[in-house]
Design a protein around this ligand. Sequence first.
Ligand SMILES: Cc1cc2nc3c(=O)[nH]c(=O)nc-3n(C[C@H](O)[C@H](O)[C@H](O)COP(=O)(O)O)c2cc1C
Length: 291
Amino acid sequence: MLTGRPITEIVTQRYSCRAYEERSIDAEKRRQLQDYLNTLHTGPLGSAARFELVAATEDDRKALRGLGTYGLIRGATGFIVGAVQPGKNNLEDYGYLMEQAILAATDLELGTCWLGGNFTQSSFAKKIRASEQEVVPAVASVGYIPEGQNPDSLLFRRVVGSIHRHPWEMLFFQEEFDRPLTSEAAGTYTQPLEMLRRGPSASNKQPWRVVKSEGRWHFYLQRTSGYGKGTLVFGILRLADLQRVDIGIAMCHFELTTNELGLAGQWEVADPGLAVPDTNTEYIVSWREKT
Ligand SMILES: Cc1cc2nc3c(=O)[nH]c(=O)nc-3n(C[C@H](O)[C@H](O)[C@H](O)COP(=O)(O)O)c2cc1C
């Protein structure tokens, strides 16, 4: 990333930080982060996006609740705000790119928290001068982590179970959804999958499912009932489809880890037509190994 630390270390270090030190991010760190954000233009599925680091005002912090986010954010002195153009996979692309920004901030020893909501018409969208077509599906708070903050003892994380992740057998499969993939059988892909598993997701629902078949890793979205598109809550709040953003985050962790391990491959959208376990499960994208 920025400092040359292994991605596995950065992914493992990241957690949702909701209370920050009340001091602005120093100019050098801000510059490093903004320079990195300037490199994030296009997602792996082709959507154009852009990201900016903006200073947080007291009004911004208060406004968050009204925008469909949850959890109280205290003391954040900055936000990473992005905007993405419309397109079939624009939310996955947004998740992928924003997560890179979050990992870069983590690498700079800053705390972050994804905040998903109805940002497109908000003051956050104005800060980034979002155009009529652009969507702002989520933002991230950023700031210094208070000394001694222990992610595993934070009340919010304990209460909502953010510390936990689904076991491998719920997430990863071989050839078909009925055959779980063990970490031993995943071979050189054990670490990319493990880093994917540790990723953040909206309400920690972890909707990603991956099926390995013939040199391809097929990524599916298993929607949580009552959470996504088509539901009443979704319609009323006009929330972005945050579980598609989650898939982009999974793609980011998976790909960055394969890069580090020197495993070549590329993304393609080519539905293998496998039988899915239920109507909530849909195919999104595949990683094709290059040999
Ligand atoms: C797309 C997305 C939206 C999220 N929205 C919020 C939010 O509005 N408020 C909040 O406190 N946390 C939010 N989170 C953080 C998740 O609750 C958190 O990632 C998850 O519980 C796992 O915990 P961890 O990040 O500490 O590992 C969001 C995460 C993602 C990926």
